[in-house]
Design a protein around this ligand. Structure first.
Ligand code: AHG
Ligand code: MN
Ligand code: MN
Length: 297
């Protein structure tokens, strides 16, 4: 019999189960509202990026609903300049990318929502994540959540989110490489590493949505990177709201992450807007890459 998300969450603490369930309901709403929330807003976020109506709407919607839930103490969002206080009695602290891949909205390609769940106060290293999840608004809406040692995926159906697969592990060997940033701005050692992957038969598949690109690594194996660039030494992705969350999920699926020197999850954040070169995927690929990048420094 198909297991619902609610049934699957019987394994985890009550409060964590309630939070994940709540987020799944919000995701359902976001997915059905996306057709009506199109176009640009007249504002920029703290990263200087033009916000879309959908970015701002999803952000405010999630914040308001999580405040009502009473489960969340504070929240760090890509769309908010400071830590948002929600409910003093809440036991979780959340990191949020309300709408990831927003440049894909215009062309109707993949977008998602990324959520990290902590008990420690933010900012804190990603290794302190209690759970991490993302929702992918694709041809079907899927939800992936990870707790220590387990990654499970659910599909949104008429009966709500139902289990598709549990205990997901990255396939070995991996098949894909998925890399952001202009190739001419990759550092020489990284360029060489990618050429080796190509020679070994890894196929390029980059979609411009961290959620979509991570999800394909989870299912087909390989490596995703938004690397150090000659013009942007810290790459593009945000440590708190993006890289930590995905690094945790990939780690629980048997993979690994690096910023070029150490696991992304080990980085001590200096502030909530920090960016980090991000490389995630099969352990052997990440270990080899890390050695090359350290040596060439
Ligand atoms: P967001 O839409 O939340 O700002 O995130 C965009 C991120 C991420 O989704 C993706 O990996 C990357 O930026 C895409 O960047 P490029 O457009 O440079 O490929
Ligand atoms: Mn994003
Ligand atoms: Mn975003």
């Amino acid at each position: 019999m198909t297991k619902t998300l609610k049934e699957h969450l019987e394994k985890v603490d009550n409060e964590l189960a309630s939070l994940i369930l709540k987020i799944s309901e919000l995701a359902n709403m976001i997915s059905s509202e996306l057709p009506y929330r199109r176009g640009k807003a007249d504002t920029k976020n703290v990263f200087g990026e033009v916000q879309l109506i959908a970015d701002k709407w999803a952000d405010q919607f999630i914040i308001d609903e999580l405040r009502k839930s009473g489960l969340v103490k504070t929240l760090v969002s890509e769309e908010q300049p400071e830590i948002v206080k929600l409910d003093e009695k809440g036991i979780f602290n959340i990191t949020l990318d309300p709408l990831d891949g927003s440049s894909n909205i215009e062309s109707n390609n993949l977008v998602g929502t990324i959520i990290g769940i902590y008990k420690k106060d933010l900012p804190t290293p990603g290794k302190n994540l209690v759970a991490a999840m993302y929702i992918l608004y694709g041809p079907v809406t899927t939800l992936v959540y990870a707790t220590q040692g387990n990654v499970s995926e659910f599909i949104n159906t008429k009966k709500g989110f139902v289990l598709r697969e549990e205990n997901i592990k990255l396939p070995e060997p991996g098949k894909l490489y998925s890399i952001g940033g202009l190739r001419k701005e990759w550092v020489p050692s990284f360029k060489k590493y990618v050429e080796e992957l190509e020679a070994q038969g890894y196929k390029l598949r980059y979609g411009g949505s961290f959620v979509g690109d991570t999800n394909q690594i989870l299912h087909y194996g390989g490596i995703f990177a938004y690397p150090e660039l000659t013009t942007k030494p810290n790459g593009k992705l945000r440590l708190l709201v993006e890289s930590n969350t995905m690094s945790f999920i990939i780690k629980q699926a048997g993979g690994a992450s690096t910023n070029g020197k150490c696991s992304v999850l080990e980085i001590e954040p200096k502030n909530i807007t920090q960016r980090v070169p991000t490389y995630i995927g099969n352990k052997n690929l990440i270990e080899k890459l890390e050695k090359i990048l350290i040596k060439e420094k």
